[in-house]
Design a protein around this ligand. Structure first.
Ligand SMILES: Cc1cc2nc3c(=O)[nH]c(=O)nc-3n(C[C@H](O)[C@H](O)[C@H](O)COP(=O)(O)OP(=O)(O)OC[C@H]3O[C@@H](n4cnc5c(N)ncnc54)[C@H](O)[C@@H]3O)c2cc1C
Length: 266
């Protein structure tokens, strides 16, 4: 059994693992292949302090090397179930089971289903974040697919920075283009554009851990990143907006410090 299991090997999970090792705790990170993550598809992360100009793949590669170099165990796998068993947490991934005295959920935003063309063109015209990518489309035509409560606000932001915005509320969307987005087909009508912002409501991993409380689709946490389940903490995009690397890394650190305190009193 390890002291801390981290589910998700994005910035939140890796930041948590690094600080766990700094505090002398054993930690296992279980995460999907980082090549499949949204961050790995980001052409450039321009606002992570001290490391400008890195691509998402480079930044996540550096974070992973840092965590593993500090002695964190990293396994690739999709976690399917988490069960509290007595004072421990049993985590199933593939055909394996890991057991931890505490757990940090750092699963990012879980997309329910994707539109045709969306995954292929993610980072090449398809974006989930107006704040991150809006400036790339200043003066250009963008479609905003408004499927989340704050989508209108994001569309207003894009207009305010000079994007030529078409708002779409349908779920019948197809994203078109070879190397980059050239148009979107909405309800059968093709609309030329340079980018498409697909803004969905987040689905929290309640199915992963029965009884986990959520708030508007995000895992409900307090300022110490504690969830409603003893010994379980959460960090990063899965706890809510803004979806940003620096916020995820900061929350990962808070979550692990709370886990260390929990272990001390356990
Ligand atoms: C194209 C693009 C551009 C972006 N640009 C910027 C930018 O410029 N600046 C910025 O600050 N942010 C940017 N972001 C946002 C940034 O990538 C996220 O805010 C950040 O990665 C969140 O970190 P996280 O650790 O919370 O989640 P993630 O990075 O999403 O990591 C979560 C990981 O957990 C894995 N996971 C989920 N469920 C399971 C499970 N059940 N079992 C195992 N693994 C699981 C996921 O596959 C993923 O690898 C961008 C995002 C995208 C997609």
């Amino acid at each position: 059994m390890v002291d801390i299991i981290v589910v998700g090997s994005g910035p939140a999970g890796l930041s948590a693992a690094i600080t766990a090792r700094m505090r002398g705790k054993s930690v296992t990170i279980i995460g999907n292949s980082s090549a499949e993550s949204g961050l790995a598809k980001a052409a450039e992360i321009g606002n992570y302090p001290g490391l400008p100009g890195l691509s998402g793949a480079e930044l996540s590669g550096k974070m992973l090397m840092h965590a593993v170099g500090m002695g964190a165990e990293h396994v690739t796998g999709r976690v399917t179930t988490i069960l509290p068993v007595g004072r421990e947490l049993s985590v199933s991934y593939g055909s394996e089971i890991a057991t931890g005295a505490s757990l940090i959920l750092a699963t990012g935003v879980v997309q329910s289903s994707v539109f045709p063309g969306e995954a292929e063109l993610l980072g090449r015209g398809v974006s989930y974040c107006a704040t991150c990518d809006g400036m790339l489309y200043k003066g250009k035509k963008v479609c905003v697919v408004c499927l989340s409560p704050d989508a209108e606000e994001e569309a207003n932001f894009l207009e305010s920075i000079g994007c030529r915005v078409t708002r779409l509320k349908t779920k019948k969307i197809k994203v078109n283009g070879e190397d980059k987005v050239t148009s979107v087909t909405a309800d059968g009508n093709e609309l030329e554009c340079d980018g498409v912002f697909i803004l969905r409501a987040t689905i929290a991993p309640t199915a992963l851990l029965p009884g986990l409380e959520t708030d508007k689709g995000h895992i409900k946490v307090d300022r110490a990143m504690k969830t409603n389940i003893p010994g379980v903490f959460a960090a990063g995009d899965c706890t809510g907006t803004p979806y940003q690397v620096a916020k995820a890394a900061g929350e990962g650190q808070i979550a692990v410090l709370s886990a260390v305190e929990y272990l001390a009193h356990r």
